[in-house]
Design a protein around this ligand. Structure first.
Ligand code: GLA
Length: 377
């Protein structure tokens, strides 16, 4: 990928670029908890967005996406927003840096990626963090701290892409480290790295290839439900809510809001249980909690779909240690924690049975926990 990007850059622009990358992410457990002030447990993966970038001494940004085979040019003022959806992520990052008093000047860029799109692996967060990291290096002497880079990506989603997302994806993409998951407390933003390099287990994502679109989707509606319940409980977020507290207000809220909040309260506890289990090397327990998350996401939070329920059920039948829908939902991947000796059997069966039922093969992506945003050359 590196050579292709550099070659493409040289064919389009005259300057010598720097090369940057940032990663997609998995989340072992802790779904829809980030915007509720809860815990998440993500890590960056070995699938990236990579970009060659060089200042061009103008006030214009020219970016070519190899994967979309499209070049977009835009200015840096608010009214210069491009219409192309991928370019809006880059424009948003520029604007959010400028809004914070940082510097961004014109630049040329070429980028590509190997993160499957719409699969719930946060390719958009990787794109945002790659450019935020690069523009911090190129124009700001790296004076913007890494946390702020993650927040710049998140604000880009909110203000330029219509998704009221939490901080998890951008945080993992920026802060990820090889062989480590990160437990992040989304209320205090305190975090801790947990070594994750199991010998007998692997992580495999199975992509249903059902596409989800977070903007204008029920994602924002889920968030609104949680906020309504928190408000009704007199809390800032559901972080401090408990099941007894929720039960006490049950007559005053809709059944839908009740079950959304119930999932979030239970999920918050599951993250802590999984961290403990991982610490003790108890992968069976980790897996059990993953299945419990899937049930909650499917039945109470209602962000699953038939294909994802099928994949999780089949994983259980194949003896996969833990399996669940990952990310925002409404399609995309399941994350599977699997014993290495069961891997081939599972992949073969899931590929065959999914195809028989839905007419297309699922994507199978083994993932390794890797570094997040970084400069390559
Ligand atoms: C999407 C959002 C995240 C998070 C997850 C669900 O990936 O971008 O902030 O809310 O969904 O856990």
């Amino acid at each position: 990928m590196k050579d292709r990007i550099l070659k493409e850059f040289k064919s389009r622009f005259v300057t010598e670029p720097q090369l940057y990358a940032s990663a997609g992410r998995i989340n072992l457990i802790g779904e829809h908890t980030d915007y509720n002030g809860g815990f998440v447990f993500p890590g960056a993966i070995d699938k990236v967005i990579m970009a060659a970038i060089a200042p061009n001494e103008t006030e214009k940004v020219k970016v070519y996406s190899i994967d979309m085979d499209e070049e977009v040019e835009f200015g840096l003022n608010e009214e210069d927003a491009p219409t192309s959806s991928w370019a809006r992520y880059i424009f948003g990052v520029c604007r959010e840096i400028l809004k914070r008093g940082g510097a961004v000047k014109g630049f040329d860029a070429v980028f590509a990626g190997n993160i499957p799109l719409g699969a719930g692996l946060s390719s958009s967060a990787a794109l945002e963090s790659c450019f935020a990291f690069a523009l911090n290096d190129l124009f700001n002497d790296n004076t913007i701290d890494k946390f702020e880079l993650a927040k710049i990506g998140q604000a880009t989603e909110h203000n330029y892409c219509g998704v009221n997302c939490g901080i998890m994806d951008q945080f993992a993409s920026v802060m990820g480290q090889k062989g480590k998951l990160i437990r992040l407390d989304c209320r205090t933003m305190e975090f801790e790295y947990f070594p994750f390099a199991p010998i007998d287990y692997e992580l495999i994502l199975v992509d249903s290839k059902v596409k989800h679109e977070l903007a204008d989707s029920p994602y924002n509606k889920r968030r609104a439900s949680c906020e309504r319940v928190a408000k009704r409980l007199g809390l800032e977020t559901l972080r401090d809510a408990t099941i007894p507290m929720l039960k006490a207000i049950r007559p005053d809220i809709t059944a839908e809001d009740y079950f959304r909040a119930k999932f979030v309260i239970e999920e918050k506890e599951r993250v802590l249980a999984v961290c403990d289990a991982l610490y003790n090397g108890d992968y069976e327990k980790v897996g059990e909690e993953m299945y419990a998350t899937h049930s909650g996401l499917s039945e109470d939070y209602e962000v699953s779909c038939e294909e994802l329920d099928f994949l999780t059920q089949l994983a259980r039948e194949c003896g996969v240690t833990g399996s669940r829908i990952m990310g925002g939902g409404f399609g995309g991947c399941t994350i599977n924690l699997i014993k290495t000796d069961k891997k081939d059997f599972f992949i073969e069966r899931v590929t065959q049975e999914f195809k028989e039922k839905y007419g297309h093969e699922p994507g199978i992506y083994p993932v390794v926990i890797s570094d997040g945003a970084r400069k390559i050359i």
